[in-house]
Design a binder for this molecule. Sequence first.
Ligand SMILES: CCCCCCCCCCC/C=C/C(=O)SCCNC(=O)CCNC(=O)[C@H](O)C(C)(C)COP(=O)(O)OP(=O)(O)OC[C@H]1O[C@@H](n2cnc3c(N)ncnc32)[C@H](O)[C@@H]1OP(=O)(O)O
Length: 280
Amino acid sequence: MALRAVRSLAILSNPLRTYSTSGPLVNVSINEKTGIATATLQRPPVNSLNLELLTELCTTLEQLEKNKSRGLILTSSSNTVFSAGLDIYEMYKPNMDRYKQFWTTLQQTWINLYGSSYPTVAVVNGHAPAGGCLLALSCEYRIMLNNFTIGLNETKLGMIAPTWFAASMRNAIGTRQTELALITGNLFTTDEALKIGLVDEVVQSKNEALEKAGKFFDKFKRIPPHARTMTKTSLRGADIQALVKSRNEEMNKLTAFINDPKLQEAIGMYLESLKQKQNK
Ligand SMILES: CCCCCCCCCCC/C=C/C(=O)SCCNC(=O)CCNC(=O)[C@H](O)C(C)(C)COP(=O)(O)OP(=O)(O)OC[C@H]1O[C@@H](n2cnc3c(N)ncnc32)[C@H](O)[C@@H]1OP(=O)(O)O
């Protein structure tokens, strides 16, 4: 908390610096006038989150923090998928060293995004199941285009959403709705998501979403950044601390979980069903 306060106070005195962190999987552009960064996920066909994409995103978020970013818009280069969630191939017959690196990077990406000192908006311009929904939930504000689905559907896949996935959802829609959403593994339509507060606004086009995102950032023009950041930390800090404390324990459980032959069989069948869908 104290460190964050010092860092956020520094925002008041440091001028904005320009920098480039674009990589092949995450394009980063900075609006010179507003200082707002846009990170666009670009791993076709569905922006599934593999180790390489997560590493780029994690580094981008670290750079934005270091450079005292004014804000971040997280979006997708696809017209139909924001992110299909974790890359299922990272969990299917995994190499255990890579698997551990993958989870460590996912955890750190969440810590950086959920706990960022700068304001964050997800422009959800396509489907956002599971890990895709997690990314959106980790932002402060979600603007979604119509006719897509979003939710933490892990139970439908025979998996469990980790506690910090659940905490991110609870932060947005409260305990009751989170419990219902998680046990049913529901994927919400855009309108259903709006109704329960899983997204904040529904729009018809990406341009409209970007315009609304600008209005969200404008709200902070007259708010001292340190007050904003400390308030965010007071609301989200406990969730982050809970993961920081249980990181190793979680890794041990995940390792045992992923090596269960029944789970591997289920993942294999799920991958097959996704492939079959394409053949229809
Ligand atoms: C304390 C410790 C104990 C806790 C234990 C925790 C246990 C682990 C927790 C795991 C949490 C998991 C989180 C996840 O994110 S799992 C991933 C869930 N995601 C999904 O189920 C989405 C699957 N995809 C889709 O529904 C559709 O693809 C989508 C709607 C997103 C897009 O549809 P579209 O028709 O546009 O595209 P296709 O379905 O045809 O897909 C195109 C190709 O992409 C492949 N694909 C899709 N999704 C994924 C994915 N998530 N990973 C890898 N690959 C994916 C798909 O197979 C197609 O491939 P081919 O072109 O090769 O056929």
